[in-house]
Ligand binder design. Structure first.
Ligand code: G6P
Length: 609
């Protein structure tokens, strides 16, 4: 949520800051702004809406400067208007902030009593005035920052520049991510290393509670105990094409089509293709674990729901799956030696991170499946299992989901072995099935032409239902979520068997019903009956099924649009059936002309509660 970027240099930084900001736009796009120091004065430009509005503003009112900070906003406190856009500044200090300062109201009241005048409705503006207050007390910039950090409560990544100290940039992080990049006679800061990828591959990931003072040539980091500290410099490699759309119309489309490669790459890491065995292992003891708690948000939560079916079937372990924002504020019962598994693409989702922290505090064994290796979640969990999806830019998650399922499938096999419920030949059979996933996904992608036809139906709908049973139920939920997120059509996912307990009342000939119904599922016949139930009530049904399923539909005289899927084992079906769900949402959104990669009100990385 919100992206921040900054450069301290001996040259004009503005064009590059704008490039860096464009790589962070996935974090929010309600407004954007930049502040520099030029000839001893702050130059601040802010514009509502996407980054392009700020670019347009800069065309007419250019700025320059050798030090600068910038921000792309996902609004929390205060509507997205120009006054609430960052950077916030007065004549002494300019600040960009990602996170929420929880005690801002109380701080604001105190500062107002001292005569400070607030212009915006944001929590961030307290930082500007507090810092100024300390400066006026004669403190050094570093002392001001230290005092400020003692005052503010909440989550933040902050970058601050000072008119009277134009060589300096100050940063701090707690809860929200921040990296420092090291260049030649230049220093950079950003919400993620991707923002700095054109300028340096040497980055330092600040730890929670760290703060730092940067000049163009130097940096000094301090830890939460105010001790000067050195943090390791990591060399990160980004491929230029990882953050470019190439020939695709949208990042989302590109990322959907990357899935055969991503799943293949993830399998390479976790599967011994000669022995037909999983290579995945954890330090967590699955034999001892009496219970598994899976915790995540959004699409990652649905990946966890699929895994619940797998863990119960193959590893015979009791599983609960929770939404992180509920889990962390309930009183979950933690059993001794229980395992908490968190799943997150970004590794920064605050609710998931806090759920993980809670589980660790309660003595649980912790495992994380994440896509970003240096993320906060990756650095907190006892065991880290990476998905090899590469940077995911489209706000609606696609390739991360199927990569998560691929890792989860391996984890299930590993856990089942540890718990003595999987023979070697059973493992070979499951791994063999898993290895067919990249090819099957490739075939599933070829449904794109037919999907376009179905999208023409969905485009006109006000409500759409998605149904499935077993592992295809969470895939239906994910299908509904994708459609909601990017086309803004109301959609619900339901367990097909639950339909008659309420949602069937919604059915008429205006409500399309999308059903995941692979004939290889043990629930096939039952789901087929549910299709008949909705078809009998006039719904337009769209069935995703294989050749055998299509025959059964015909034999039962069910008039349904069919998206023909490759025949696949029920184990890999959720990975394969997720793909047409994504394409359906994508094509419907394109037909409706919505902003596919940056849907309204959403952000990719949710670092606020
Ligand atoms: C946001 C994104 C979703 C994502 C969810 C969880 O809502 O828009 O696509 O599934 O966060 O994110 P995570 O990074 O933890 O998987």
């Amino acid at each position: 949520m919100c992206g921040i970027v900054g450069i301290n240099s001996f040259e004009n930084v503005v064009p590059r800051i704008m490039d860096g900001l464009s790589r962070l736009e996935y974090r929010g796009y309600d407004s954007a702004g930049i502040a520099t120091i030029d000839h001893g004065q702050f130059q601040v430009r802010r514009a509502v809406g996407k980054l392009q509005s700020l670019r347009d503003l800069l065309q007419h009112h250019p700025v320059q400067g050798n030090v600068g900070i910038a921000h792309t906003r996902w609004a929390t406190h205060g509507v997205p208007n120009q006054t609430n856009a960052h950077p916030h500044s007065n004549e002494y200090v300019a600040v960009v902030h990602n996170g929420i300062i929880e005690n801002h109201a109380e701080l604001r009241a105190g500062l107002q009593q001292k005569g400070y005048v607030f212009n915006s409705q944001t929590d961030t503006e307290v930082v500007v005035h507090l810092f100024t207050d300390y400066l006026k007390q004669g403190k050094t910039p570093l002392e001001c920052l230290q005092s400020l950090l003692g005052d503010i409560v909440g989550a933040f990544a902050l970058a601050i520049i000072l008119r009277q100290f134009p060589d300096l940039m100050l940063v701090a992080r707690k809860g929200s991510p921040l990296v420092i990049g090291i260049g030649k006679d230049e220093m950079y800061i950003g919400s993620d290393a991707l923002a700095l990828s054109d300028w340096t591959n040497q980055v330092i990931y600040l730890e929670d509670g760290d703060y730092a003072e940067l000049t163009a040539k130097s940096y000094q980091i301090y830890d939460v105990a105010h001790q000067a500290i050195s943090r390791p410099i990591k060399v990160v490699e980004f491929k230029a094409d990882a953050v470019a759309k190439g020939s695709y119309a949208h990042f989302m489309q590109k990322e959907i089509f990357e899935q055969p490669m991503v799943i293949g790459k993830t399998l390479q890491q976790y599967v011994d293709s000669e022995a037909l065995a999983t290579k995945l292992s954890t330090t967590a003891d699955w034999m001892a674990a009496p219970k598994l708690s899976i915790v995540a948000c959004g699409t990652s939560y649905y990946a966890g729901m699929v895994a619940k079916y797998w863990f119960e079937t193959y590893a015979k372990i009791s599983v609960e799956v929770d939404i992180a924002s509920e889990f962390r504020y309930r009183d979950p019962v933690f059993l001794e030696e229980g395992i908490t598994l968190v799943i997150s693409q970004s590794g920064e989702t605050i609710d998931t991170l806090m759920a993980l922290t809670l589980a660790a505090e309660k003595g649980q064994q912790t495992v994380a499946i994440v896509n970003v290796p240096e993320s906060s979640i990756a650095r907190t969990a006892q065991d880290v299992l990476l998905t090899y999806a590469g940077p995911e830019i489209g706000v609606a998650s696609t390739k991360a989901f199927t990569a998560q399922l691929t890792v989860l499938a391996n984890l299930v096999i590993y856990a089942a072995k540890q718990r003595g419920h999987l023979t070697q030949s059973q493992e070979k059979a499951l791994v063999t099935e898993l290895m067919t996933a990249p090819g099957l996904v490739m075939t599933a992608l070829q449904t794109e032409t037919d999907i376009h036809q179905v999208a023409l139906v969905l485009e006109k709908a006000q409500d759409v239902l998605f149904l499935g049973r077993g592992t295809n139920f969470p895939v239906a939920l994910e299908g509904a979520l994708k459609l909601k997120e990017i086309s803004y059509i109301h959609a619900e996912g339901y367990a097909a068997g639950e339909l008659k307990h309420g949602p069937i009342a919604l059915i008429d000939n205006t409500v399309p019903v999308v059903v995941n119904i692979p004939a290889t599922d043990v629930w096939f016949e039952k789901t087929l009956s549910n299709v008949q139930e909705v078809a009998a009530r006039g719904a337009k049904t769209i069935c995703l099924t294989d050749a055998k399923g299509q025959k059964a539909l015909e034999a039962n005289h069910i008039d349904s649009l069919v998206l023909k899927m490759p025949t696949c084992s029920s184990f890999v079906a959720p990975i394969v059936y997720a793909v047409p769900m994504q394409l359906l949402a994508y094509h419907t959104a394109v037909l409706r002309g919505t902003d596919v990669d940056q849907p309204r009100n959403l952000a990719k990385s949710v670092t606020v509660e």
